[in-house]
Design a protein around this ligand. Structure first.
Ligand code: E4P
Length: 217
């Protein structure tokens, strides 16, 4: 299972990278706005900075919602770095754009996916990644992890190559459940990744070892 970090915060990205377990980054317009990046040139430079930190794929989302606009933005985004994956929303124009980009050999991430039907369309269009938003489904009392299992099963039946990228992960348990469900990737906030480190028996066990180590000195 790959770990992506879901943020545009360079400090968090660097910290996850330093941990040695990071496979990529996802961003979205809200995350970019959160770190105060605005303006075409600044956005471009910010993506460049992210690509310098990580070794894997970096999803950069288009802001257009029409076919030509999406392709125009995709054209610009892919010149930033070869790690850039063009993130396109699950809308009719987006699906058409994903088909075109995929035929050109450009990697895409189909975002804002909330149903198995949408995930089938994304795969049929040739998306490299599909991003079901599990936390937002949980928020409205649907089982987000169940959707991941459903998509993994369907993709397995038909041999779709699109990778299932579990998004909108809110906590450590989400990561574990998505791993059990067979998600190819989990994109998570730093807190959910570092949350995997924690166990009270590790803390108490280490405290005891350190205490006993003093007796050895
Ligand atoms: C996915 O790529 C999105 O950036 C993200 O996971 C959305 O998460 P949120 O629901 O916490 O905003």
């Amino acid at each position: 299972m790959k770990f992506f970090i879901d943020t545009a915060d360079l400090k968090d990205i660097q910290e996850a990278q330093n941990l040695g377990v990071l496979d990529g980054v996802t961003t979205n317009p809200s995350l970019m706005a959160k770190v105060g990046v605005s303006g075409k040139e600044n956005i471009r430079n910010h993506y460049k900075a992210i690509c310098e930190i990580v070794e894997g794929d970096v999803s950069a989302e288009v802001l257009s919602t029409d076919y030509d606009g999406i392709l125009r933005e995709a054209d610009e985004l892919v010149t930033i770095d070869e790690k850039i994956v063009v993130k396109v929303p699950m809308i009719k124009e987006g699906v058409k754009a994903i088909r075109y980009l995929s035929d050109q050999g450009i990697s895409t991430n189909c975002t804002l996916v909330f149903s198995a039907g949408q995930a089938i369309l994304a795969a049929k269009a040739g998306a490299s990644y599909v991003s079901p938003f599990i936390g937002r489904l949980d928020d409205i009392c649907f089982d987000g992890v169940e959707l991941i299992s459903q998509i993994v099963d369907i993709y397995g039946i038909f041999g779709f190559e699109t990778e299932v990228l579990a998004a909108s992960i809110r906590n450590t348990m989400h990561i574990i459940k998505c791993a059990e469900a067979g998600a190819d990737v989990a994109t998570c906030p730093l807190s959910a990744i570092t949350g995997l480190l924690k166990h009270p028996l590790t803390d108490s066990g280490l405290a005891k070892f350190l205490e006993d180590a003093k007796k050895m000195q």
